[in-house]
Write a protein that binds this ligand. Structure first.
Ligand SMILES: [Zn+2]
Ligand SMILES: [Zn+2]
Length: 458
């Protein structure tokens, strides 16, 4: 089996893996790098331009896994695009949103090569997308010539419990198997139940390592953490301050909204409107509409009915009054420039009455990361457009992760029992932790830290 890591960076970056299993090429994920701009943000498709990519399989609809799908299809126009059925309902929305974001960045940040693809291109490629239920074996090498005694490789999606539609990918050849975790969560979230990766066995495992550099504090539980969040929100609202939870539109937004819906229905949080972003609304609607197809908790909870959700209009974040205790659950999770979370944050940071609570990963090199790192009362540069601001608002962080905790992933390695594990989707310190732990716990397993564009014969 031959694997090429196409991520242009050594950290989480843009996920994309080429795998050749018994002569059949498959591209797994086609992401974009959230911190790089223009063509720099793309996976290194140029390295595999001469490969025969029969199919492109998408693990889930976060940008770092699907954001460059139209570019990948320019290299491999004959490829089918395979994903879980739930991702199938999301993917076009995500890609059209990417076009809008890129256009805005071209106009406002002067990135001339944007947009890298157009709305028309998204519409043109959409007919080759195919959605599949979890745990159905798919013959992905459909155009390969059947030969005597030859079993075609197959692909199967496993529920990864990370965000709606998220999947781990099992590729089975005649002689060997590969499992790619995508982004995975081994504990129940508020809506989504944990991954169903039971009984996964494979010769080669490609694994995410997001939380390798993060130990859970002693006594940590998700329940106590959500309770801490609820009490913090209540405290800020009671003093007339507003609360901003910067979140990603797909997944985290719906998980936080579900918490609030439960709190309000149980009388633990006073009912009040919640302001969300336009894209957050779209994905919330899809979470509601596809509730019956989803392996989830509270299957009858419809967020749009349980909550009074108000979509923030373009530009409203810079104008609306913040007194009187408002609740905002809006993008972007890292408060990147030109987002509602950034614009609201800019107005809240200097006001000690307001609170900004983070509920997900924040890269240190983003406005959100810089806000978190700044000491209380200190001046710091929030972003190039906001300039230097003084941190006076309340800032806190709540660990409501949608990624597997590192010890759960380590246990999973033992279940899969591969001959080789390839460590991806993590910072260097995270991958190093896994390398050391796997080496001491499972000494027979070969561990690979892939380099950018490196070919792995595994
Ligand atoms: Zn993800
Ligand atoms: Zn990811």
């Amino acid at each position: 089996m031959r694997i090429i890591n196409l991520n242009p960076d050594t950290n989480i970056g843009a996920s994309s893996w080429f795998v050749d299993i018994e002569g059949h090429g498959l591209l797994m994920d086609a992401g974009t790098h959230p911190k790089l701009e223009g063509r720099e943000s793309l996976p290194r498709y140029d390295l595999i331009r001469d490969e025969n990519v029969i199919a492109i399989a998408i693990s889930h609809c976060h940008h770092d896994h699907v954001g460059s799908l139209p570019m990948a299809l320019r290299y491999f126009p004959q490829a089918r695009v395979l994903m879980s059925e739930l991702s199938y309902f999301l993917v076009e929305r995500v890609l059209h949103n990417s076009v809008n974001v890129m256009k805005r960045q071209r106009d406002e940040l002067g990135i001339r090569e944007y947009p890298l693809f157009s709305h028309d291109e998204v519409d043109e490629i959409a007919p080759v997308f195919q959605g599949f239920r979890y745990n159905r074996e798919i013959d992905y090498a459909w155009d390969a010539k059947p030969r005597a005694n030859f079993v075609l490789p197959t692909l199967e999606f496993y529920d990864a419990g990370h965000a709606l539609g998220s999947a781990g990918l099992m590729v089975r050849g005649q002689k060997e198997t590969l499992f790619y975790t995508g982004d995975v969560c081994f504990h129940d979230q508020t809506i989504l139940r944990k991954a169903r990766f039971e009984n996964v066995k494979a010769d080669v495992l490609i694994m995410e390592t997001t939380r390798g550099n993060r130990a859970l504090p002693p006594g940590f539980s998700r329940e106590s953490e959500t309770e801490r969040l609820r009490l913090s929100i209540q405290r800020v609202l009671a003093r007339g301050g507003s609360v901003l939870l910067p979140t990603f539109a797909l997944g985290r937004t719906q998980e936080v909204l579900a918490l609030m819906a439960l709190w309000m229905s149980e009388g633990k949080l006073n009912p009040q409107p919640i302001y969300i972003g336009g894209l957050g609304r779209v994905f919330t609607e899809i979470y509601d509409l596809e509730a019956h197809r989803t392996h989830r908790q509270y299957p009858n909870l419809q967020l749009r009915e349980a909550l009074n959700l108000i979509v923030l209009d373009q530009g409203q974040a810079t104008k609306m009054k913040l007194g009187g205790g408002r609740l905002f659950v809006i993008t972007a999770g890292m408060m990147s420039e030109k987002t509602a979370a950034h614009d609201l944050g800019m107005r809240m940071i200097g006001d000690e009455n307001q609170a900004i609570f983070f509920v997900g990963y924040t890269d240190p090199d983003t406005p959100g990361g810089r806000l978190k790192a700044a000491p209380q009362g200190a001046d710091f540069v929030f972003s190039p457009s906001a300039g230097s601001v003084s941190r006076r608002c309340e800032v806190d962080e709540f660990d409501l992760t949608a990624h597997a905790n590192r010890n759960d992933l380590l246990d999973f390695v033992g279940i899969v029992d591969p001959r080789t594990v390839v460590l991806g989707h993590g910072e260097e310190s995270s991958r190093k932790w896994f390398e050391d732990e796997i080496r001491s716990r499972y000494p027979r397993i070969k561990i690979i830290q892939p380099v950018v564009g490196g070919t792995l014969n595994v």
